[in-house]
Design a protein around this ligand. Structure first.
Ligand SMILES: Cc1cc2nc3c(=O)[nH]c(=O)nc-3n(C[C@H](O)[C@H](O)[C@H](O)COP(=O)(O)OP(=O)(O)OC[C@H]3O[C@@H](n4cnc5c(N)ncnc54)[C@H](O)[C@@H]3O)c2cc1C
Length: 374
């Protein structure tokens, strides 16, 4: 019998645990540990902020869902991992102490390094959890005039909600007859091409931003914030509302293990095994891959890790390889909503499509996830 611990109840951890339960016999024990029993469907947080979804639509209780799939669930904070002892130390939860494992799947996501931008905590909105998305939504409701600024900090690696929330605001103001009173700006630490990973997608988004009269300012690295100013190395941008994606770093639970790059992301091979470690796999935002950090990557990586871990437990060679691919939908752009798919391991151009259909497809994908996990 093998004891498998899956750490983290996001897209990566949930899919890894589910697939392991499907592929391993009943004699093996699978346990998912996460700091909250709520699974959050992050791609719907822009809709939550703009009042087009309720909290109950964007989250569900993991405990029962996992039990239905033969996975034990422990709500606790992972404080320390000891690969020599093969134990993890858990705290602040329903149980505290050490949990032994034979195999580990690390899926603890990324850390928000807000401390790297002076004044971020006090002066910026973000929408990287349910509470913050609701606060941002309230600030949107109170904005009737002035300037709204949206953007990513250097190292943020999450462009989709920036473009979605800027266009959602433009549409909301249009509906209220207040569009002319608010200037909307998107800032990026790079260019639109680099932000979206593809020139064709960048040209399409540039056109859509023009349609919505949203200005785009490239190559601006925000370094600090005051109550109304976003300060870059050579400039300061005044704002009345600011939504910024903070810098990302790898999970601090991996930082002492010597398995990460300098930003804390875990090095893995194409089988999703942690480089230089035995019996440990890693999936999702915590891993070291180029480009944006996306949910569909976490899901695919989790499928690969589960297939290979099941094979390892049964004494077989790895059976699956992860191919790094970028795929997203930028919703909230009406007929200009955009779908992009790009193989990041080649120089092939991306597949880019536009139309209202993609907005609908994103919604249906969320519904499918909800129905198949509740
Ligand atoms: C607003 C927003 C919009 C997005 N839109 C899209 C989109 O349109 N398409 C797309 O593909 N992706 C999108 N993403 C990105 C996507 O949500 C992430 O890539 C995905 O959630 C990563 O999954 P993960 O399992 O690696 O990490 P996470 O989902 O972050 O899960 C990590 C889990 O680990 C838990 N955890 C962390 N540390 C500890 C600890 N020490 N102890 C115990 N538990 C811990 C967390 O509570 C969480 O449950 C969006 C993200 C946001 C925030």
């Amino acid at each position: 019998m093998a004891k498998v611990l899956v750490l983290g109840g996001g897209f990566g951890g949930v899919v890894a645990a589910e697939r392991l339960a499907e592929q391993l016999g009943d004699e093996h024990q699978i346990t998912l540990v996460s700091r909250s029993r709520q699974f959050v469907f992050y791609p719907a947080l822009v809709k939550l902020a703009f009042g087009k979804a309720e909290t109950a639509d964007v989250s569900f209780d993991l405990r029962q869902t996992m039990l239905n799939r033969r996975v034990n669930f422990i709500e606790a904070e992972v404080a320390y991992i000891d690969p020599f002892d093969r134990t993890i130390t858990i705290a602040h939860g329903q149980v505290e102490g050490k949990l032994p494992y034979d195999y580990l799947v690390f899926a603890l996501g990324r850390r928000l390094a807000t401390e790297r931008i002076i004044g971020f905590y006090e002066h910026a909105h973000h929408l990287l959890n349910v509470g913050k998305a609701i606060n941002f939504g309230q600030a949107v409701k109170n904005l009737h005039t002035g300037r709204a600024v949206f953007g990513q900090c250097a190292g943020a690696r999450l462009p989709v909600p920036v473009y979605e929330s800027a266009s959602a605001l433009a549409r909301r103001l249009e509906e209220k007859g207040e569009r002319e009173r608010v200037r909307i700006t998107v800032v990026s630490p790079t260019t639109l091409d680099l932000d979206l990973g593809d020139a064709t997608a960048a040209a399409a988004i540039e056109k859509a931003l023009d349609t919505y009269q949203i200005e785009f300012l490239p190559n601006l690295r925000i370094e600090s914030l005051t109550e109304n100013l976003a300060i870059t190395s050579g400039d300061a941008i005044k704002f009345d509302l600011l939504m910024l994606v903070p810098p990302f770093r790898g999970s601090s639970a991996a930082s002492h293990l010597g398995i990460t790059d300098e930003e804390g992301y875990i090095n893995v091979d194409s089988a999703m095994r942690v480089a230089g470690e035995e019996r440990i796999y890693a999936v999702g935002d915590c891993t070291n891959f180029d480009g944006p950090k996306m949910g569909h990557m976490a899901v695919r990586q989790a499928e690969v890790a589960a297939a290979n871990l099941a094979a390892e437990i049964e004494g077989r060679a790895p059976v699956a390889r992860y191919q790094h691919e970028l795929r997203f939908v930028i919703d909230e752009l009406g007929a200009d909503s955009l779908y992009l798919r790009k193989d990041l391991s080649t120089d092939e151009p991306a597949t880019v499509r536009q139309g209202r259909f993609w907005s609908w497809a994103k919604h249906v994908h969320k519904k499918y996830w909800e129905v198949s996990h509740s």
